[in-house]
Design a protein around this ligand. Structure first.
Ligand code: HEM
Length: 170
């Protein structure tokens, strides 16, 4: 059976060595600290919350935009060589688990990535080479989450079948 990482590589079209090229340099230091990450996540979530595509926008309906921005940039800072702001506040990122309530489909991943590409394009402090590295990491991670979501749905399907085939006790 294919691992989630293998599915992520296949579906995203991003080889793991490209996805994790963000680890070759300390991007947090190279980009000059926290501000570009704050700008990126703010720009990204402004786009998400203004998205005309109701099906996508509604995935975020129960989240407060300011909290979502902070959650995201603190994670990015920590993952890209900065201080562990996210884990100090919230514990292990456990991204698959934390995305469990949401329908992380292939279409949702593409829409998320569409907004992220536009957000990256609009942050001038991030140089083109770093943008490519970050986008490869985002793309691979997005499809890693899609693979996690499909596994969740399969397990729920199995659980439902078991429940349906159980003889009733009454
Ligand atoms: C594939 C499509 C994706 C969808 C539909 C999606 C959806 C969501 C939603 C609805 C939230 C809750 C917002 C909040 O309150 O923080 C969230 C949180 C988060 N997402 Fe995603 N996401 C996707 C991809 C990604 C990717 C690619 C990353 C990382 C590279 C990521 C990292 C995070 C983080 C760190 C949080 C905060 C989790 C928490 O602290 O609870 N997401 N996402």
């Amino acid at each position: 059976m294919q691992s989630l990482q293998q599915k992520a590589s296949e579906w995203s079209g991003v080889h793991p060595s490209d996805a994790f090229a963000i680890d070759e340099t300390n991007l947090f230091e190279a980009l000059g600290g926290i501000q570009p990450f704050i700008d990126l996540s703010t720009n990204f979530y402004n786009r998400v919350y203004e998205d005309d595509e109701e099906w996508f926008h509604s995935i975020f309906a129960n989240s407060v935009k300011e909290d979502a921005i902070r959650n995201q940039y603190e994670f990015f800072v920590q993952r890209m060589g900065g201080p562990p702001l996210y884990s100090e506040r919230k514990g292990h990122p456990a991204l698959i688990g934390r995305h469990r309530p949401f329908p992380v489909t292939h279409a949702a991943a593409e829409r998320w990535l569409h907004h992220m590409q536009l957000a990256l394009d609009s942050v001038a402090q991030i140089d083109p080479d770093s943008k490519v590295k970050m986008m490869n990491f985002f793309r691979h991670t997005a499809f890693f989450l899609v693979a996690g979501d499909e596994l969740k749905n399969q397990r729920q399907g199995v659980a439902c079948k078991h429940a349906a085939s159980k003889p009733s006790s009454g």
